[in-house]
Design a protein around this ligand. Structure first.
Ligand SMILES: Nc1nc2c(ncn2[C@@H]2O[C@H](COP(=O)(O)OP(=O)(O)OP(=O)(O)O)[C@@H](O)[C@H]2O)c(=O)[nH]1
Ligand SMILES: [Mg+2]
Length: 461
C-alpha cells in the first residue's frame, strides 16, 4: 500500500437507499478540495471543528447545486486518521452518493482503499494494530459478547498488557546486558536463577495465559456449532424450532422430513450458537439411507457440540446406539424428547445406556424442559472455555502466533540461564522475544501483514 501524502475519499455508509449517506475525505488537501465542491453562506475556513454546516455540493459542469448537505471539518491531529478530515452528510442513494464522490475525486482526492482510513490512524500512531483489528471485529460482531470483547480490545486492553510485559522484558534485558558489558562482575548462580525466575513468572506466565485464552475466542466471536442428530422422526427439527423460538425447520409426522442440512443462528445468554439440523438416520428399502448417514457424520465431525436426540415414546433401536457410538462424549448432551407421551423407554434403560453423558428431558411439543436445555448447552459450551469473562482479553490467531513465538524464545532464555549458557545467548533470545511481541501491537510490522489486516475492512473505513 502507498500510505503517505495523498488526500483520500470514500463513501463511508452502506450503499443503498437511506436517510443519510456520508462521504469522508482525509489528508492535507481535504479542506481545499471541499472548498472547490461546497457552497454555503460562510467559507469553510471560518467553520469550527466538529460542527455541522448547511450548504450545497455544486456540480462543476452545470455550476448548479447537486444536493443539499451538512459538512463538518476536523483538524489534524484531532480526527480518526489524525489528518485533516472533512465529512459530508448527503442524501443517500447510490447515484447521488457516487456522483458527489466523483466530483470530490475530480477535485483532487484519490479513492480510498478498503481500510485505508484506519490504516492511516495506525500509521499516524492514534491506534495500535490490536485496536485496528478490534474495529473490524466490532463491525463484524455477531453477538453482544463479541461486541463487548471487541470494545475492550478497541479501548486498548490487549495492547496495554503487551506493552507492560514488554517493559518488564526490556528491564530484564538491561540487567543481562550489564553482565555482558562487565564480564568481570559475572553474577553468581543465584542471580542467574533469579533472572530465570523473573522470566518465568513475569513474562512467560502472563503470555501463556493469553495463549490459553485464544481457544475461547471462537466461542464468543465466531459462534459455537451445535449439531442436532438423532434417528428419523425423534423431533430434531421441532427442537431446533423451539430453541430458535420460531418455525424455521419443517416438521411433519412423516419420517425423513429433513433431507438437507439446515443452519440457523441463535443467542443463548449472549453466546452465539450456530444450530445445525440434520436428516434423521433411517432404513430405506431394507438399507440404511447412506447419504443421510454420511452427511450426519460430516456434520458431527465439523461441529463443536452435539445434541443427540432420543424419542422416549419409542424403544431404543440400533440407530440410536450407532449414533451414541459416533458422537464425541466430551461435547454431547443427550436430549430425551417427547416426554409428554407415555414412556416406552425406562429411566433405568436410559441411565444404563447414556451413563456419563449430561441429559435433559424435554417435550418439543409443549416446550417443557427447554429452559433446562438452554442452561445445559450454555454450561457445556462454557466448560470448554473456562474462565471466560466478557471483560477478559482474548487474542486472535495472529496475536497467538506471535505470543507462541515469544514464549519459545523466553523458554530458551530461561533454561539457558539455568544451564550456564553465555549471557549473550539469553540476551539474544530476549531480544527476539521482544521482536515477536512488537508484531502484536505493530511496533514492528511488514507491508504484507498490514495488507492482510486492512484488506479485511470494508470501503470507507
Ligand atoms: N408428542 C410429541 N410429538 C413431538 C414432539 N417433538 C416432535 N414431535 C412430533 O414428531 C414428529 C417428527 O418431528 P420432527 O421435528 O419433524 O422430527 P425430526 O427428527 O426432525 O424428523 P426427520 O427430519 O424426519 O428426521 C412431528 O409430528 C412432531 O410434531 C414431542 O415432544 N412430543
Ligand atoms: Mg427434521
Amino acid at each position: 500500500m502507498d500510505y503517505q501524502g495523498e488526500t483520500i475519499a470514500a463513501i463511508a455508509t452502506p450503499v443503498g437507499v437511506g436517510g443519510i449517506g456520508i462521504i469522508k475525505i482525509s489528508g492535507g488537501n481535504a479542506e481545499s478540495i471541499a472548498r472547490k465542491v461546497f457552497r454555503s453562506k460562510r467559507t469553510i475556513r471560518s467553520f469550527d471543528a466538529f460542527r455541522l454546516y448547511l450548504g450545497h455540493i455544486i456540480d462543476p459542469k452545470s455550476n448548479l447545486p447537486l444536493d443539499e448537505v451538512l459538512l463538518s471539518v476536523m483538524h489534524a491531529p484531532f480526527s480518526y486518521t489524525r489528518e485533516d478530515v472533512v465529512e459530508i452528510n448527503s442524501h443517500s442513494g447510490y447515484t447521488i452518493l457516487s456522483n458527489i464522490l466523483q466530483i470530490i475525486l475530480q477535485a483532487g482526492a484519490r479513492l480510498a482503499k478498503p481500510g485505508e482510513f484506519t490504516l492511516r490512524a495506525f500509521l499516524n500512531g492514534r491506534i495500535d494494530l490490536t485496536q485496528a483489528e478490534a474495529i473490524i471485529d466490532l463491525i463484524n460482531a455477531k453477538s453482544d459478547m463479541s461486541v463487548r470483547l471487541a470494545a475492550s480490545q478497541l479501548a486498548g486492553g490487549l495492547g496495554r498488557r503487551i506493552e507492560e510485559i514488554r517493559h518488564v522484558l526490556i528491564e530484564i534485558l538491561a540487567t543481562i546486558e550489564a553482565s555482558i558489558d562487565f564480564p568481570d562482575e559475572e553474577p553468581a548462580t543465584t542471580t542467574r536463577s533469579h533472572i530465570a525466575d523473573r522470566i518465568n513468572k513475569e513474562l512467560l506466565k502472563p503470555i501463556k495465559e493469553f495463549i490459553a485464552a485464544h481457544t475461547q475466542r471462537k466461542i464468543w466471536h465466531e459462534g459455537t456449532a451445535v449439531v442436532i442428530v438423532g434417528r428419523v422422526n425423534v423431533g430434531k427439527s421441532s427442537i431446533l424450532n423451539r430453541l430458535l423460538q420460531e418455525e424455521r425447520a419443517i416438521v411433519t409426522p412423516i419420517p425423513g422430513t429433513t433431507r438437507d442440512v439446515l443452519e440457523c443462528t441463535v443467542n443463548i445468554e449472549g453466546l452465539p450458537l450456530r444450530l445445525i439440523d440434520t436428516a434423521g438416520i433411517r432404513k430405506v428399502k431394507g438399507k440404511v439411507e447412506q447419504k443421510g448417514v454420511d452427511l450426519t457424520k460430516t456434520q458431527l465431525a465439523l461441529a463443536d457440540f452435539t445434541l443427540l436426540v432420543i424419542d422416549r415414546s419409542r424403544p431404543l433401536n440400533q440407530y440410536d446406539l450407532e449414533l451414541l457410538h459416533e458422537v464425541d462424549k466430551e461435547s454431547t448432551i443427550v436430549v430425551i424428547n417427547k416426554i409428554d407421551l407415555p414412556a416406552k423407554l425406562s429411566e433405568k434403560k436410559i441411565t444404563s445406556t447414556f451413563k456419563y453423558l449430561p441429559r435433559v428431558n424435554v417435550s418439543a411439543l409443549t416446550g417443557t424442559g427447554f429452559k433446562g436445555l438452554r442452561q445445559a448447552i450454555f454450561t457445556r459450551v462454557m466448560d470448554t472455555g473456562k474462565d471466560t469473562s466478557p471483560t477478559s482479553i482474548i487474542p486472535n490467531l495472529r496475536h497467538t502466533m506471535a505470543l507462541t513465538e515469544a514464549a519459545e524464545f523466553l523458554e530458551n532464555a530461561s533454561t539457558g540461564l539455568i544451564n550456564g549458557f553465555p549471557w549473550e545467548t539469553a540476551a539474544a533470545d530476549l531480544s527476539w522475544a521482544k521482536d515477536a511481541l512488537d508484531q502484536i501491537t505493530g511496533r514492528r510490522t511488514t507491508g504484507e501483514v498490514l495488507d492482510t489486516i486492512f484488506s479485511r475492512f470494508c470501503l470507507g473505513k
